[in-house]
Ligand binder design. Sequence first.
Ligand code: NAD
Length: 375
Amino acid sequence: MKIAVLKEAAGETRCAAIPETVRKFAALGAEVAIQRGAGTDASIPDAEFEAAGASLGSRADVLKGAGIILAINGADAASLKGAESGALLVGGLDPLRQRQAVDAYAKAGLEALAMEWMPRITRAQSMDILSSQSNLGGYKAVVDGAAAYGRAFPMMMTAAGTVSPAKVFVMGVGVAGLQAIATAKRLGAQVSATDVRSATKEQIQSLGAKPIFVENVAGIEGEGAGGYATEMSEEYQKAQAELVSSHIAKQDIVITTALIPGRPAPRLISDAQLATMRPGSVIVDLAAEAGGNVEGTLSGERVVKHGVTIIGASNLARSLAADASALFARNLYNFLSAFWDKEQGRPLLPDDDEIVKAIRLTKDGKVVSERLTAA
Ligand code: NAD
């Protein structure tokens, strides 16, 4: 089995393989071919891939006869010519937004597998690219927020006087939010956090932060289905807005991460609430790509409103390319190796497997994902 790893399109820094996963695939009996320069932006020189046993070549060399193509993002089907008929294309394929690309994969005879649709079940945790990348994003949001903040995070008692600790408020305590809390705590900030799912209260406390919750209207009990939130009632939204208004004016850094699957991000901070914050405060909006949790957020940009810097964070994992690649590459390996058939020397993906059903987009020339065909 030949596994191809291509250089990603411009703007993508991550690489879908690292030397460790090359070795592990070789141990399964596969041969890994890497396009020259694929790891450069992730600080992995070609020589390291070669030392791990990969062959290096041009895009055409690498694709020729490949049975599996590993990718961070989906590529144009036309740029994947040369792979075996029925080859697996495994990566973050963004199926809803890249619907036409999915049709083209089907037409090209590729079997496309969208790793972001990995079900949230225990067996699939080590294959979950959303978690692995969000975790890094949560960390980087705090680091970027700290860099844009004109004051220090920790309390410092110096001969010239005391520097007071920064107050950090994390809104949305999923994978990214939890890592943001932990990172802000490590930097010495006073941290508070909120979510709509009641199970997060204990998680916030266990990290030494203060939970700030709507108490008079019921939120989502426990973890919520699959750990996901839904849109809240008007009554809840109103109560939440009041809570935010009373809390936010005293905060220096706000990290927002709130997302609702398949919906625009919930609006958690209005322009009027923003205006109550101290000049020099910083908001990092990790939901920027989904429309933003903050009024006025622009994805990929930094804007200043009422003296508050709003960073519209987009795909922060890309700015930690080496670690993000390592985790992503291991997610891909963990998935493929779990289905690897030693005798046939390739993964076998049973139609009735929960993971396969969730992530398989195309097979035998057709779009087969129910999420896509039902849409
Ligand atoms: P997410 O990215 O979908 O959302 C981020 C957070 O925003 C969530 O905690 C959500 O409840 C919160 N949110 C949504 N609307 C909000 C609002 N109006 N106000 C405040 N907060 C709001 O979530 P995520 O990070 O992908 O994960 C959420 C949970 O799922 C976590 O508890 C995580 O441990 C769990 N999870 C489990 C698995 C697994 O079992 N394999 C994998 C991934 C995540």
